[in-house]
Structures are given as structure tokens and as C-alpha cells.
Design a protein around this ligand. Sequence first.
Ligand SMILES: C[S@@+](CC[C@H](N)C(=O)[O-])C[C@H]1O[C@@H](n2cnc3c(N)ncnc32)[C@H](O)[C@@H]1O
Length: 261
Amino acid sequence: MGELRYDEEATRKLLAMYVTPDVIEQRRRFLDALNPKRGESVLDVGSGPGFLAAAIAEATGPTGSVCGIDVSEHMVDLAQSHCAQLPWATFSQADATQLPFPEKSFDAAISTQVLEYLHDIDGALAELSRVLRPGGRAVIVDTDWDSIVWHSSNRSRMDRVLTAWEEHAADPYLPRTLSNRLASAGFDINFQEVVPLLNSDFGEHTYSNRLIDLIVSFVSGRSEIGHDEAQAWADDLRGKGADGQYFFSLNRYMFVAAKRS
Ligand SMILES: C[S@@+](CC[C@H](N)C(=O)[O-])C[C@H]1O[C@@H](n2cnc3c(N)ncnc32)[C@H](O)[C@@H]1O
């Protein structure tokens, strides 16, 4: 029990990450892979605060459409206000495993950092396949949370904190099984690639700087990690940053597929 819930507090912390240059650059790569065209209808599953949906809507233009769905009401509200000037981008509260659209509704679909949070990943992929037209494109991105390399003075504490943090996702190692799952759901994989994230300094506007707070609040009280220990873990990382010894990296994996005709 107990994955990360996007309540107001977690949403605020997530938003702080979304505006870091690291994450902006990753969104650019995901958008390039999706390659939305003018007039296309595109689905964003787990659209979060709507940053990616806004970029997709700019590419489709008003002759196209972008539908974002998210299980969190906070996220749907944020996405709606973020895309207020792009009325052909619309958002609704829905579950990825029960998409509120008829079959073959979309030319393309994207889901970034969402499937790893689902208990029924295959059900969500079946839904994605159902609502895409034959030949429709899908871009799926997920993190393998085992890929974190984070320099610390205390490796055993780091291991315990990261093991507790893995509980924030339903499947923290999803990329390893995703290509087989996509094939079973009726997709042909066009290509897959690793999208690494590297922070070799502790700038305030880096992904991992912002991740620390999210991890501290999530792991405190889990797996016998008290708040003091979680803070000591965070302080150690901040100390590495102050001493010029900071190092963080993490891998995301992107799968670009097409629905089999
Ligand atoms: C890490 S955020 C990613 C948001 C966005 N896709 C992005 O990368 O910018 C994960 C999102 O998935 C949503 N989510 C989690 N479970 C979901 C479900 N069962 N159905 C739809 N959305 C879900 C969360 O509310 C959250 O907005």
C-alpha cells in the first residue's frame, strides 16, 4: 500500500521539478519522438499539469485536438488553466485503464511517467490500443528507479532510502518489461532509447535538487526510516553540493510504437 498520491502538496513539489531545464529538455525529446502534426488528434494519458499537452496542442493547431486525462482532479485543474489559451486541448478526470473515448479516436498517444504508477499496466495498454486508430503512434516513457546513481557519504542509508522510495511506484522497474507488454497489447515497436538525466552539480533548478524534498516526505515513517534519518540523508546530499562533490544520474526509457494494422 502507499504509492505517491498527487495531493496538493505532492503536486506543488512535482511542479517545481517540471520547470527545471532538465525536465524541459526531456519533454522536448518526448515531443520530437511523438512528432505531432497539424490537424492530428492526440491523447495524453496521465497528462499531469499539462506542460506536454500544451506543446502538443501548439503543434496540432486548432484544426487538431489534444485530450488529456488524469486520475487526479488537481492535475486536471492545473492542466486546464495551463492550456487556457489553447481551447482545442481539453482535460478530463479519468483512469488510464478506462479511457472515456470510443475506439480508434486518436492518431497518436503519449504517456510519460504514468504507467509505472498503475496496478493494471496491461489493462492500460489495452485501452491505449483500443482508442488509437490502426497505425496510430504511441510514445511511452517510464523510469527504471533502480538506475539511480547518487553520490553519498553513507551508502547503506542511501540504499535504504531509495528502497523505501521505490514504493512510490507500483512497478519501479517497468521499462524492463515494457516492450513485451506493448507487443502483447498489439503494438509494433519502432524504436526504444534511454533518456538519461545527469546532475553533476547541485543547482537549485535541477531535477534531483527538487526530488530530494519529495523523497524526504515520502520515505519518512516508511521501512523504519524516521524523519530525522530522512533529513540526515538530504543534508548529506546538500553538503556534497556545497563541497562541489555532487553527482546524480537516472535513466528514463522511451518506447516509440505503432498500433498494428
Ligand atoms: C509523474 S506524473 C507525470 C505527468 C505527465 N505525464 C508528465 O510527464 O508531465 C504522473 C501522473 O499520472 C497520473 N496518474 C496516476 N495514476 C493514474 C491513473 N490510474 N490514470 C490516469 N492518470 C494517472 C498522476 O495523477 C500524475 O498526474
